[in-house]
Design a protein around this ligand. Structure first.
Ligand SMILES: Nc1ncnc2c1ncn2[C@@H]1O[C@H](COP(=O)(O)OP(=O)(O)O)[C@@H](O)[C@H]1O
Ligand SMILES: [Mg+2]
Length: 228
């Protein structure tokens, strides 16, 4: 009998894809559990406290109830944030296009600026992990606009071009500094670059003449890796 040879590149790639998918499924399960179960329990606690507030006799008791309600509100926000960090449930519930639109709406109302989104009619046929990567990239790009750009307009364009999905985020702010890629945060531009490379894609950062920063990401639609 022959000893088995080393696994083929195709087998290794399939294995890597299945690991990424398994991790994404696990994150989805935990995020869903946090969001649904903890969310329901915390809502029930709020209701219990509201009925307790009706029968509280002492002002000191009423005061305690108010601060407990505030604590529960904070806990709800934290649960939502942690769950969203694990896996943005909107991606599974609504699809990538609608999730990106929702990010844009939130960013627009937070910053008081115009954020326009253009995308194909249908969601792109990509792996959940790739949709997650694109969602995170848009999230980071919008956070950067809020932090650094002083822009009044942002446009997001998400479209299929042949076998690639192309994401463009452009603002009309101050533009990127020369050393943008040397300054880093965990989901900063360097993190995006690594994520895009892992998916076998390409990232271009530039300043459009006479306007602000422009980021272009191209990912092959059959990319598998790089869930966040
Ligand atoms: N849209 C933008 N407009 C202008 N400058 C930007 C923009 N996005 C990023 N930058 C610059 O690039 C740097 C690196 O960005 P990033 O890696 O996301 O790190 P962080 O946001 O944590 O500072 C920022 O510190 C900022 O100077
Ligand atoms: Mg940043």
């Amino acid at each position: 009998m022959h000893a088995p040879g080393p696994p083929s590149p195709e087998a290794l790639r399939a294995w890597a894809v299945s690991l990424v998918d398994a991790r994404e499924e696990e994150r989805l399960r935990i995020a869903r559990g946090m969001h649904d179960e903890l969310g329901q329990l915390l809502t029930a606690l709020q209701l219990e406290l509201a009925s307790l507030a009706l029968v509280a006799k002492e002002p000191a008791q009423a005061q305690r109830i108010v601060s407990m309600k505030a604590l529960i509100d904070e806990t709800m926000v934290a649960v939502r944030r942690i769950s969203d960090d694990l896996r943005p449930l909107m991606l599974d519930d609504l699809g990538l296009n609608a999730a990106v639109e929702s990010l844009a709406r939130t960013a627009a109302s937070r910053m008081g600026i115009e954020v326009t989104v253009r995308h194909d009619e249908a969601d792109p046929p990509i792996q959940p992990s790739v949709a997650t990567a694109l969602y995170r990239i848009v999230q980071e790009a919008l956070t950067n606009v809020a932090r650094h750009a002083h822009a009044t307009d942002v446009s997001i364009d998400l479209r299929m071009q042949g076998r690639e999905i192309v994401l463009k985020v452009e603002d009309n702010g101050v533009g990127l500094p020369e050393d943008a890629l040397e300054r880093t945060g965990s989901w900063g531009l360097r993190g995006l670059l690594e994520r895009v490379n892992l998916c076998g894609g390409a990232l271009v950062l530039e300043n459009a003449p006479g306007s602000g920063a422009r980021m272009t990401v191209r990912l092959p639609i059959d990319a598998a890796g790089g869930s966040a």
